[in-house]
Design a protein. Sequence first.
Length: 369
Amino acid sequence: EKGGYDTFMEKEIHDQPQAVADTLLGRTDESGALVLDELRISEEQLRAVDKIIVVACGTAAYAGMVAKYAIEHWARLPVEVALAHEFRYADPVVDERTLVVSISQSGETMDTLMAVKHANEMGALTVSICNTHGSTIPRESDAVLYTHAGPEIAVASTKAFLAQITAAYILGLYLAQLRGGSYAEGAQAVMRDLHEIPGKIEELLTRMDRVVEMANFMADTRSVLFLGRNVGFPVAMEGALKLKELAYIHAEGFAAGELKHGPIALIDAGQPVFVIVPAPDTPHELHKKVVSNIQEIRARGARTLVIAHDGDEDVVPFASEVIRIPQCPPLLAPLLAVVPLQVFALHLSTAKGLDVDQPRNLAKSVTVE
Ligand code: F6R
């Protein structure tokens, strides 16, 4: 049942091309337009939406943070991301024009369920992005968009994360198409780019030897930092979470722009720092800005573990290690950049002799508040 792999997590990492491909399947008609029949909310209601709030926990919340950048860009709708347990007991501004999108692999997370119920009571439209048919959260929501990652057994989420980003992107593109904004025509091109992602993940998974070696060398490491910017910021958070969960190592993700506002004080000789570098064609020269962050921390002695696209030579002078990911449009990069971080956490956990699939103190679905 582990498909020849040693652990469920390793199998599930290798399931990722399929998880993305299956989640993309059947979302477009012959003309290439998005069709979301399963959504069951009228086009009229969706056109009236003036704000989106994503509610989720943990990895699913990071998928929401990634989606925020894409949905705001494509659909020109404001998107907030709220941790479900914070949303419920704050005093969120929600009405019938608010679309509350919950993201949950299990569909049973109590914090997320309570947030959805709260949103329903306040009259919001609720959509569930969920991986588990027949689970509670989709039942309590007005509509559901299923991710098709297949069952996820390992406690640490991997393929569900990629499928959640994919489904949230489909929702964003669908809203863009409905609203007919400047990105409406672009939606079909993005779908084509998304269809190329599974092959690129496949390719990326063949390049992981050096990442495994790095993990094996680093079994005694006590702290690892992760930096990212734009869609790379939630990827940094997710990389840190994987390492905490699986290897019990202190790990923190930062927005690269925050460095000089405090975290750079943490950098001393030998401190390992993963840096997720934006695609070179990311707007607003973000690529250049992150490259200079690498330079700054390297000058202070950091061990820079740089995740960069094929062909990006600018990072080379400042990188202790370069981990290459295939080229892709900037907003799709999280679907690739997170993979080496998953593989790193998996192998560091193994190198420490820990139980990869069943980390201490954690349960696969958290059904209590
Ligand atoms: C991380 C992880 C958790 C879950 C979170 C939400 O690897 O597994 O952070 O992502 O508990 O779970 P679901 O998606 O089932 O609501």
